[in-house]
Design a protein around this ligand. Structure first.
Ligand SMILES: [Zn+2]
Length: 365
């Protein structure tokens, strides 16, 4: 694909509010930093250790079905927790002051089956720069099966997407890890090719890590344990199903819903809002908040703060969000928060609404 020019954000006066907010956030983070550094490092050790411990339990005690299947289930849970608490922050360079150490941690993602090179590009250069922009947000890249963008091309099958998409969602990670990563590398029509050139070495890493992922989760347990191929594949399927459902509860709630805008660039490639306003109109928080969400779910419910301050570790987001809410009230900014149930139901409504398209020909004939 020919490399194309990126859309630009409008300049309309919100810059001053945002730069004031940014200053306040940086003071806040400096104040909290000495107390919080320990928790950031604790997470960076605790979650991978739990994954490794669970995997070891499979190899050591997996001949007992009461350990074998629940361990694969737990691997699915820890996969998502490692993603939310560590990999996601590492890709934004917010765990360690040293960039190289952060980059090293991102390889955990490759060990857990996802290609980190392609995800870094998708997440930073596309999703974070252009959330909810059709043709640029790779998190909701249009596939023929679903019409998430109101401006996406419509097919008759989309009328039923609110029925079949929720049934397909448990396959989310099977698609990501075993199909989509390969498509991004080999199909030059994919959005990522608009900006990215793939170095040769990344193709080698792609195949090497995917093979290693399948080897240690399927082949090695089969060799070590007294289990059938069917049992070991069932374990692997349990792991990915668990991780898919768990991760989608988090990933579907902050952007792709009926309450969000899906702004488009005009003829001169300019987006309608200032950058900060774009993040506020395309992103919402989820109100459910407790110690479990803060420690285990990487504060993903504070998603507006993440989009405004991706270079700040998630551990500070509850306080950053309190500050943001004060700004929203003072300057009348469109900050939105829904309960988890409400945001998932708004996602469902989006599927339903975008599935129905007015067909001009039908009406006029
Ligand atoms: Zn992010």
């Amino acid at each position: 694909m020919e490399k194309v020019t990126k859309p630009r954000y409008a300049k309309n006066g919100d810059e001053a509010i945002f730069s004031q907010l940014r200053q306040d956030v940086s003071i806040l983070v400096q104040q909290l930093e000495p107390k919080r550094r320990g928790s950031i490092l604790l997470k960076a050790v605790f979650f991978p250790a739990m994954y490794l411990f669970t995997y070891t339990a499979i190899l050591v005690a997996g001949n007992q079905p009461g350990i074998f299947y629940p361990s694969y289930f737990l691997l699915g849970v820890f996969l998502v927790m490692i993603f939310l608490n560590i990999i996601h922050d590492a890709v934004h360079n917010t765990i360690f002051p040293d960039k190289k150490l952060n980059q090293g941690y991102v390889y955990l993602f490759d060990l857990m089956g996802a290609n980190s090179f392609v995800w870094r590009q998708r997440h930073i250069r596309f999703h974070h720069n252009y959330p909810n922009v059709n043709g640029w947000d790779t998190d909701i890249e249009q596939s023929n099966l679903a019409r998430i963008f109101p401006t996406g091309s419509a097919l008759p099958i989309h009328r039923f997407q609110h029925i079949y998409m929720p049934l397909l969602y448990p396959l989310y990670l099977f698609n990501w890890l075993l199909v989509r990563d390969f498509k991004d590398f080999f199909n030059k029509k994919k959005t990522i090719w608009k900006l990215v050139t793939f170095p040769r070495v990344e193709y080698v890493k792609l195949f090497a890590f995917k093979a290693f992922f399948l080897f240690y989760l399927i082949v090695l347990p089969k060799l070590v344990l007294d289990v059938t191929w069917l049992q070991v594949i069932t374990g692997f399927v349990i792991m990915l199903l668990t991780a898919s459902v768990f991760s989608l509860m988090v990933l579907l709630s902050p952007h792709a819903n009926i309450g969000s805008e899906f702004p488009l660039p005009d003829e001169s490639n300019s987006l309608p809002h200032h950058w900060m306003m774009h993040m506020l109109t395309t992103t919402n928080d989820v109100t459910n908040d407790n110690w479990f969400i803060r420690f285990f779910m990487g504060c993903f419910n504070y998603h507006v703060a993440h989009h405004l301050f991706p270079n700040v570790n998630h551990i500070y987001y509850p306080e950053v969000t309190s500050l943001l809410k004060k700004y929203a009230e003072k300057y009348n900014l469109p900050y939105r928060q829904y309960s988890l149930g409400a945001s998932l139901s708004k996602h469902y409504q989006l599927l339903k609404t975008n599935g129905v398209t007015e067909d001009i020909f039908e009406e006029t004939m």
